[in-house]
Design a protein around this ligand. Structure first.
Ligand SMILES: *Cc1c(COP(=O)(O)O)cnc(C)c1O
Length: 448
């Protein structure tokens, strides 16, 4: 059921078709290079693109900008304790700031970090410490048609194979990303989290949860994991997160704000090391990389993120969007995640091979046909990995309405009708860090 009405609006426009054509070319066929003014429905990311509530805007005005000992920080500490169950918080400018602070404290050169799937900035931060990021997804994760409920789980089997190969001493860090963003945003069961905790104990590693979408994950746990069908979302979230030694959080996701993030831990020694790094890279530990007003808004957002009405509105909106695309005949990854609908561009364009970036071709077609901006998460974003050619249509929180999604579905139908005429792309530039090339690389239509 819908849980919000609008109190403020923002004008959007659909550029004319020939203008969209020119914009695509000028952007080097990379939609990160488009001006947002030229985008009609922007599904590039759900990161920091949502609408804040009236209560958050009120908190923003009351934010305390004191350099040290800010009252807004005390509000954040209370919220993190109540919602997530952790006592020590280091605020950062966003999630990757938290990754830099925490992973810099935990990793050295030649270490191995295990993760159900490293998100792109996580992978880059692990690599940046000289360590090796190794993914341990379950095999269903890369099967777009499997209906298994917890395709985001961490594979203990794969993790143990890595231990056999490199030895437990090489692996100081085990990460579980909930929901598993880079594996189509799939859910992670609490049972799996318990088993990862045990595994981390076995190999004497620190267990970190990347909690960016912890509230959406808790909603799926309640829907799908027998033990929790009657549980409160807040209780599920606290239980699942409670197995970790530390959390990294992007406030731009389930913090329901436009900027911010933090590290949280109950480990006093780790907290001290993180604070030192935060002072170096972020700011004094009671504001981190954030303005006091943003800290205040995030404290309110964390509490709203675990409300039933919010989560039902959110997850149902995304589910219905996915169902409409599937009904229109598009190959939709199942089950639908909490934050995005993923399309399988490999299935849509069987005439294109991975080297022609079928996912990026789909992203460009959606813009060309309807001014819709999505993002490729296949062989363009993840070179040299064996994963499906997915395109993500991420849904900003509390932002778009049914009419917007109808427009996207109609646009996708148009692409579906002309799919045989769609040609592939090739790289026209090659940025230095391959882990993050999709943010800046330029492409051009493949000359056939
Ligand atoms: C977004 C995200 C991050 C990084 O957070 P930013 O706020 O974008 O820096 C890390 N991990 C996951 C799973 C994410 O979704």
């Amino acid at each position: 059921m819908v849980a919000y009405k609008s109190k403020m609006v923002e004008r959007i426009r659909l550029p004319a078709r020939d203008q969209r054509e020119r914009n695509l070319e000028a952007a080097g066929y990379n939609l990160f290079n488009l001006s947002s003014d030229d985008v009609f429905v922007d599904l590039l990311t759900d990161s920091g693109t949502g609408a804040m509530s009236d209560a958050q805007w009120a908190a923003l005005i009351r934010g305390d900008e004191s350099y040290a000992g800010s009252r807004s920080f005390a509000e954040l500490e209370d919220a993190v304790m109540d919602v997530m169950g952790f006592s020590n918080v280091v605020p950062t400018h966003q999630g990757r700031g938290a990754e830099n602070v925490l992973y810099g404290a935990l990793l050295s050169a030649d270490d191995v970090a295990l993760n159900n799937t490293h998100f792109d900035t996580t992978r880059a931060h692990v690599s940046n410490q000289g360590a090796d990021p190794v993914d341990c997804p379950v095999s269903a994760a890369h099967d777009p048609d499997s209906e298994e409920p917890f395709k985001g789980n961490f594979s203990l089997e794969r993790a143990r194979a890595v231990v056999d190969e490199v030895g437990a001493d090489q692996i100081p860090l085990v990460i579980q990303t909930i929901t598993n963003n880079s594996a189509a945003g799939q859910a992670v069961s609490v049972e799996n989290t318990r088993r990862v905790r045990e595994f981390a104990n076995e190999i004497d590693a620190t267990f970190v949860i990347d909690a960016c979408r912890f509230a959406e994950n808790a909603y799926f746990v309640r829907q799908r994991e027998d033990e929790f069908t009657e549980a409160a979302i807040a209780d599920i979230a606290r239980e699942q997160l409670g197995y970790a030694d530390a959390l990294v959080m992007s406030g731009k996701k389930d913090g329901l704000v436009n900027a911010g993030g933090f590290v949280a831990t109950d480990d006093g020694a780790l907290f001290d090391r993180c604070k030192q790094r935060a002072i170096l890279y972020e700011g004094f530990p009671t504001y981190g990389g954030m303005a006091g007003r943003d800290v205040a808004a995030m404290a309110v957002g964390l509490r709203e993120a675990v409300e039933d009405a919010y989560l039902e509105d959110r997850i149902e909106q995304v589910r219905e969007f996915g169902a409409r695309l599937a009904a229109a005949g598009l190959p939709v990854y199942t089950p639908t995640s909490g934050h995005a609908v993923y399309l399988d561009a490999g299935a849509l364009f069987p005439h294109l091979d991975p080297g022609e970036f079928p996912g990026q071709a789909l992203v460009c077609e959606l813009y060309r046909e309807g001014g819709v901006r999505g993002v490729e998460l296949g062989s363009f974003a993840f070179p040299d990995t064996d994963r499906p050619e997915l395109v993500r249509l991420a849904v900003p929180r509390r932002t778009y309405h049914r009419e917007h999604f109808e427009h996207v579905v109609e646009t996708a139908e148009t692409v579906l009708e002309k799919r045989e005429t769609v040609s592939g792309l090739e790289l026209a530039s090659d940025p230095e860090m391959p882990e993050i090339r999709h943010f800046t690389a330029e492409l051009e239509p493949r000359s056939s």
